[in-house]
Design a protein around this ligand. Structure first.
Ligand SMILES: [Zn+2]
Length: 159
C-alpha cells in the first residue's frame, strides 16, 4: 500500500454501550462487530483513538481500508477514528492529544506532512460532517504545526 494521507473520523456513537445489562466501552472490537454486521470483512478504520487517548489497532495497514470512498482514500489514506459523537460533545483533551501523538507517529513512518492530514469532511467529494461539527480542526492543525517545528528544532538545535 502507498499511504499518502491520514483521514480523521469519529464513530458518531456513544462512548459506552449496554451489553447484556452491562455498560461496555465502544472500542476497536465493538466497531469491528458493527462493520462485519454490514458485510465488511473487517473493521474499516486502521486505528481507533479511545476517549482516554490510548490507541487501538484496527484493520492492518497491509490492506486497503473501508472508511472514505471519496478521493480514493480507502487506497491512499490511513483511517484514524475517534470514539465519540462530536456533533454532540467536544473532544476530550486526552483524546485529542492521543490523536496528535498517533498522527505524528504516522507522519514520521510514512514521511507525510501536516498538509496530508485531513478531516473526513474536507476530503474532496465527501458529503459528511464527520468527524463532527465540534471537532476542533483548527486546534489540531495548530498543534501539529507546533510539534512539527519543535521536532525540526530538536533535530537541528543550532537553527
Ligand atoms: Zn468519517
Amino acid at each position: 500500500m502507498d499511504w499518502q494521507k491520514i483521514v480523521i473520523h469519529h464513530t458518531a456513537s456513544p462512548t459506552q454501550i449496554r451489553r447484556r445489562g452491562k455498560s461496555v466501552p465502544v472500542n476497536a472490537a465493538v466497531i469491528r462487530e458493527w462493520h462485519k454486521a454490514k458485510g465488511w470483512k473487517d473493521i474499516g478504520y486502521n486505528f481507533v483513538i479511545m476517549p482516554d487517548g490510548h490507541c487501538e489497532e484496527g484493520r492492518s495497514l497491509q490492506q486497503q481500508g473501508a472508511h472514505c470512498q471519496a478521493g480514493k482514500r480507502n487506497f491512499t489514506g490511513i483511517g484514524v477514528c475517534l470514539v465519540g459523537n462530536f456533533n454532540e460533545i467536544e473532544v476530550p483533551e486526552a483524546q485529542l492529544q492521543g490523536l496528535v501523538n498517533k498522527i505524528e507517529e504516522l507522519m514520521a513512518t510514512y514521511n507525510l506532512g501536516t498538509e496530508d492530514v485531513e478531516l473526513h469532511r474536507d476530503v474532496p467529494g465527501a458529503a459528511t460532517e464527520c468527524p463532527g461539527r465540534y471537532f476542533p480542526g483548527d486546534v489540531l492543525s495548530k498543534r501539529l504545526a507546533e510539534r512539527f517545528k519543535i521536532n525540526i528544532k530538536g533535530l537541528f538545535p543550532e537553527c
